[in-house]
Each structure stands twice: as C-alpha cells, then as structure tokens.
Design a protein around this ligand. Sequence first.
Ligand SMILES: *Cc1c(COP(=O)(O)O)cnc(C)c1O
Length: 438
Amino acid sequence: MAVQVTESTPSSPKDSDRPRPGGTPILGPAVALSCRECGQRFDLGPIFACQECFGPLEVAYELPAGDPEGLKKRIAAGPDNIWRYAPLLPVPADVADKPNLNPGFTKLVKADRLAAELGVTGGLYVKDDSGNPTHSFKDRVVAIAVEAARAFGFTTLSCSSTGNLAGAVGAAARRAGFKSCVFIPHDLEAGKVVMAAVYGGDLVGIEGNYDDVNRFCSELIGDPLGEGWGFVNVNLRPYYGEGSKTLAYEICEQLGWRLPDQLVIPIASGSQLTKIDKGLKELIALGLVEDRPYKIFGAQAEGCSPVSAAFKAGHDVVRPQKPNTIAKSLAIGNPADGPYVLDIARRTGGAVEDVDDEQIVDAIRLLARTEGIFAETAGGVTVGVTRKLIEDGVLDPSLTTVVLNTGDGLKTLDAVASGPTATIRPDLDAFRTAGLAG
Ligand SMILES: *Cc1c(COP(=O)(O)O)cnc(C)c1O
C-alpha cells in the first residue's frame, strides 16, 4: 500500500532531461515536487520555486506504508548512518554503495547532569551532531543534495553558507567526485574558514553578510557562469531540506521508536526546524511511533532574532534584521522558512525564544562542564534558550525534552576564550603551591 500518489504535471521546457514522474527509482520513494503554498505538483528536477505562485517546493513521496514493524526491521538492518532511512528519503535504493560522506546516527546523549542543573525531571537529551564528518549537522543535508546533483547531472557543487555548509559541501564534493565553488561572508571564524578551505575546491569570501551572499548566489544561478552548478541550498533546496528529517527519525529511533514531548531546535533559515517537524509527522503517518502531541521550540541569538521577534509580536510575517551575534552559523537576517517556523511553533504549542551573546557563552560552558560536550555557538543558543524557557515556565521540565547541538566548539574557539587553570614548572612543589589538587 502506498500513500500520496503523484499525477503527471508538465512543468518546464527541459522536461526531457528530467526523471519521469510516477516514482522513478533514481530518487527512491520521491515522486514529485509539490508547492508548500498552493499544492501544485511538478516533476522531480533542480527547481525550487512554484511556477504558479512562486511558493517553495518540497519533495512528495510514495512512502512504504502499511507494515510499520517490517519497516522498523528494515531500518534496523541498515547502516549506522542516515542511509538506514533511505526508504523515506529522496535517494536511490543503492545509495549506501555510492561515494558519500555517510553522515548521521550521531549520539543521543542522556544529559542527566545538565538536567539536574536545569531542573528537568522528565528526561533531558542532547542530540549531538558535532559528531558528523565535518562536525556539524550540515553533512546530513549535503549528503542528500549530492545524490540529487548526481541524478540531475550537475558537475559542480556550490552553496551560500554561514560557515558550516561551505565545509560540508567542500568535503562531500571531494568524496563524491564533484568540482566545488562555495561562497561565505568574508568575516567568518577562522575554524569555519579553514574547514571550508582544507578540502580544496574554490572558496570565495563575499564582502557582505549572509543575506548578501545568498542574493549573489541567486543571481549566479540565472547567469551562464553558474551553468551546470548544483547550489545545494538554492536550486537543490527541496532535496537538501529532506536531510534534516533524519534528525527526527534518529531521535525517535534512539528513544525506542517514541516521540519526545519537546524539542529545542536552532533557527538560521528555519529549514532544519520545519523538516524535523515533517519527519515526525511522517513517522506518525507510517505508524512507526505512537501519535501523541509534541511541542517544537525554536532558538535564535538575540543579535539575529527575526523569527523570535515575530513570534513574540504575534506576527505571521518575519521582518528582516541585520545580524550582529557571535552565533554566526545562525546569522540569517531574512530566513526563508521563517513563516513556516512560526506556524509550527504555534500549531504544536511551542515557542520561539532568543538569548544574548553572554547567555550563549554561559550555555556553551554549562554544557561542556555538565556533559563533556563542547558545542559551537549554535549549541550555546539552544541550551541557553532551553534554560530561559524553563525559567519562564514555557518549557515543561517534567516532560521528555531533546535539545539539539548542531556544531562543534572547535570551530568557534574565540567565543569561549579560555586557558589553563595554572601554568607551573614541572615539579611537585610548584603544583602544591598552586593549590589545585582536590
Ligand atoms: C545551518 C545551521 C543550522 C540551521 O540552519 P537552518 O538554515 O535553520 O536549517 C543550525 N546549526 C548550525 C551549526 C548550522 O550550521
């Protein structure tokens, strides 16, 4: 039995280049792109905006419904990476045999010491995506975009990046045999720039912020200079976004095929948050988890909090901001998925909140000191927001809560200027005098 059957809808002049509708094996269970605004369907291809209403497109599937226990077994027998969920992703069935960085299946850490510190009694977990190949959650979304780029015949991978994406694309491009040219704001942290440069390929710093970089990339796509380029987060965005669903799948599987009650998720463009919600809904529809309510909380830095501001003001539209925060990976002043995030937070009974730079640093230290996890600034944002939401009585400490850490503190060292407790001569007297023992 299958759900969501596609119709054949002629979409563009280059239809002959495209996989045929009706579930081509080239992208597994994906059967079409559908508009999130008007529902219009299009053939699978490197398009991202609806040709009727310009709304964003997302992947529609024929998912393997009807045998949840069989599907769980199939997943459990799969590899220890995101490809265990290939039956739910827009990738070919033999994806695990292709050269890819194979991210995912990162640790879900039961954070009892952090829970005690925050007063959480219902079970607190940190989903630690710093364990991915290039040390951020971006490896998940890039892995899917790479398979789409392969299917559509692109030869160069590209992106506009707040830092982590550039590194993830560079590494994945080398591994999968693509050329790459990635674009970042010129003033990123050294850790992000080095990670983006070390894999080779072209790395271009743009004089401007992320929103300027993104605008530049949109122009490049329409220009002959960008011919044959797959921009993972622009013309491949519908596929890229699906990578974030794997966070939802992993969290539920690691909880024993159970939904958490509350999730705290960082927001840059908002794509990750919206696709985690999509993933949770799919698990419910497929009968892999029991259908019960969950709340989604979005986390931003005060210095770039357009979605949080709109949430608090009760607005449906997100007014762009000029970012100024140490959480540079989340510094998108004009988030594409902002209105959808607002909708999800409100529909699930969650909220969107923000913390300032000092609270971000405090939260990075808190997580490190309680759980031995060194998060980048984005992780400081989610932990800091979790603390604030508990203090404000918005997040219920008696419920099972999952907080995402999406990146590695080694990439944002400057945020937590730290040094040795003492520097001494190598002898016991000096150590005794320093008064540290015990
Ligand atoms: C990109 C990124 C996010 C979330 O990005 P979205 O655009 O909202 O999907 C979160 N954390 C880190 C560390 C990132 O690099």
